[in-house]
Design a protein. Structure first.
Length: 241
């Protein structure tokens, strides 16, 4: 298994595709997707375009669906919810089909559509990602951070580092796909016991704090509180593995 880390969707090569891509958006999209599926949502369909989300979700009756939309950290008007994992309780999501569009996470999912296998990872479920990869051994794996509008993000990189640390073997440098792998592991080892502090300092963390979303930040900084693994079943449609 050759592991590579890409800090942003834009930095992924566009002429090759991995066997498996793991999309990471710790604050907050992939945390929300895992939480919703863990709390009984039937599926989560991801869109980078809000109009497409609206038109496709219109095909279901309001009692069978939920629209989750976020831009700039804020809820999109026509959506039922924003992108807070704390809004995805079993009362609100159980047996519903979710339609989600966010600033970066769903764009990252779009970017890796040519991968044969797509998973999503966050701090709350990263061991589930590690276990799946160790069991299935895809030959090439990309850990793809969603970043912020093409820019680097600390929280996604630290999560990529947590996953990579469990997977790579320093005695096999040829399976370390790029330098970002060791850089992300180093960042994780530096901050693994104080993730909330790191998230508070991160640029998107500060954006969420300005929106008074400290509980979201604290929730997203927890590690392995669930074993739910979102996996893509068909284009953009994520279900619990
Ligand atoms: C994103 O996709 O950029 C994030 O999930 C945004 C957020 O929820 O704050």
């Amino acid at each position: 298994m050759k592991i590579s880390v890409y800090y942003t969707p834009e930095s992924t090569p566009d002429d090759i595709a991995p066997d498996c891509a793991v999309v990471i958006d710790v604050l907050r999209a992939t945390t929300t997707i895992a939480t919703a599926l863990n709390n009984g949502a039937k599926s989560v369909k991801a869109f980078s375009d809000l109009d497409l989300l609206f038109n496709e979700s219109e095909k279901l009756s309001p009692s069978d669906r939920l629209r989750l939309g976020e831009r700039g950290g804020k809820k999109v008007d026509f959506c039922d919810l924003g992108n807070s994992p704390l809004d995805c309780s079993s009362e609100s999501v159980a047996d519903k089909q979710l339609f989600i569009s966010t600033t970066n996470g769903t764009r990252a999912l779009q970017r890796v559509q040519s991968a044969s296998l797509i998973l999503t990872g966050a701090m709350i479920n990263y061991s589930a990602v590690v276990e799946y990869l160790q069991q299935h051994q895809p030959e090439t794996v990309w850990l793809v951070g969603s970043g912020w509008e093409g820019g680097y993000s600390l929280e996604d990189t630290v999560c990529a580092g947590a996953i990579a640390k469990e997977l790579i073997d320093y005695n096999q440098p040829d399976l370390i796909g790029n330098d970002e792998v060791l850089a992300s592991i180093s960042l994780y080892q530096q901050w693994e016991n104080k993730l909330v502090d790191l998230f508070r300092l991160s640029s998107h963390g500060q954006r969420l704090l300005r929106l008074h979303l400290v509980e979201d930040l604290e929730y997203c900084a927890q590690t392995n509180i669930i074993s739910t693994l979102p996996i893509q079943k068909q284009k953009g449609l994520l279900v619990s593995n």
